[in-house]
Design a protein around this ligand. Sequence first.
Ligand code: ATP
Ligand code: MG
Length: 492
Amino acid sequence: MLTSFSILLLIAAVLVLSTLYLVRSAGKQRAQAAQTPANTPAPSPGKVELPLGQRREIPESEHRIPRQALDDNAMKVVYRLLDDGFEAFLVGGCIRDILLGKQPKDFDVATSAHPEQAEELFRRARLIGRRFKLLHVRFGREVIEVATFRASHDSGDNDGEHGRQAESGLILRDNVYGTIEEDALRRDFTVNALYYCVRDHCIYDFANGYRDIKARKLRMIGDPAARYREDPVRMLRAARFAAKLGFEIEQGTAEPIHQLGPMLQKIAPARLFDEALKLLQTGHGEASLRQLRRFNLLRYLFPQTDELLDSEEFPVEPLVINALRNTDRRLAQDKSVTPAFLFAALLWYPMQKRYQELLDEGAGAPLQCLHEAANEVLSQQVRSTAIPRRFSVPVREIWELQLRLPRTNRANQLVGHPRFRAAYDLLVLREQSGEPLQGLSQWWTDYQSADEAHRTEMQQRSHGASEHDAQEGEAAPRKRRRRRKPRPRQDD
Ligand code: ATP
Ligand code: MG
């Protein structure tokens, strides 16, 4: 009796478990079907706005990407997604850069999992973005960016909630999900649309990106003008990749930029701040400046600098080039760089011009005029690129120190200022670029390398109004010189 009851119980348990299993795997299959795996047939023509490329597989024997070049954490993310039944690939700049023998800046993953689905799989993950939803998976200081396959805006789901496009073509929201083929064609340049499959170690190429890498050509996927209208930042990206990779921009990709540049005025300053740093502060700043000037795009990032670039009054161009060259060199030597220095250097002459005007108008003491000029120039700048406070405060300090560095009789105090080093670097660049500072930067160079006794001697020799103070007079306090009674300096 007991035995037959146990057998019955066992059968019932097996039945329940297998039903549960069947329901779960059917659900999973449905979910996977909805995600459209990599070998799904291409969507019917006309459904996407771009002519679809065929998938070409480049085997490991041809692309020769060494497995150790692939980032461990990015691989963990890919495997986790695959284990859960989703499609997942390494994609974009990392594959492009490895093929070019460069160290990738970061690793990006493309997947069939929706951001919310992917989020559930990782402990340290965060959903970011509204216009373009992404998942950031964190491993210590490294962040792996996980993006869901996206589809063209006219392939359904363009309901305003997931995708939205303005009259001008500008994409306001880009969360229409699709297949890998559609995703490839939504990417910007052919060389950025290569997918590495960890299962067969092939590169999947839907847009002849592999050919373009070999030919060192930057080519927009689809109709370049329409793609720039969708997202004008792609124009800056074209300039950046041409500079970074030393690629030639294919003619059809380059041409529309001259005309469509003004569309960058519609881009949020915070995004342009990020792009400005990627252009100018990642090791190829000088080359980026050349590309920006070629396409007349600098005016959308630094309008005040751009306007003064051909000035006869100030050596703007040499200073900007020297600052970028200096930044590139520091990065090549693995030294630190800060956006505060970049902005202080690029906006130095716009600030200086306004400062001189204020002094001439008799608007106040030099330091007051400097603060006013700094305020005006920075508030003008943040209409183009944002400048987070943690950078704008040091920018002001670096500028203020330019006024104080001629006071070499206070050298021991100035040298301890937290911004001294950056201010000294700017001083060197100013003199190198042709500002008549009569050897002031060399004085500071010598001072820093001198021992204590020599420092004291140098400082004493420049007692009172130092020989360099005269230049400060040249560059700044014209108004002050007319005063009868000397007043204590406000800027010390
Ligand atoms: P890097 O990381 O070296 O700056 P990247 O190509 O990886 O270069 P990311 O900004 O990291 O650039 O973007 C990852 C990928 O996402 C790109 O390679 C590209 O395929 C796609 N992508 C990024 N921004 C855009 C955009 N504005 N329009 C279309 N595709 C884009
Ligand atoms: Mg990247």
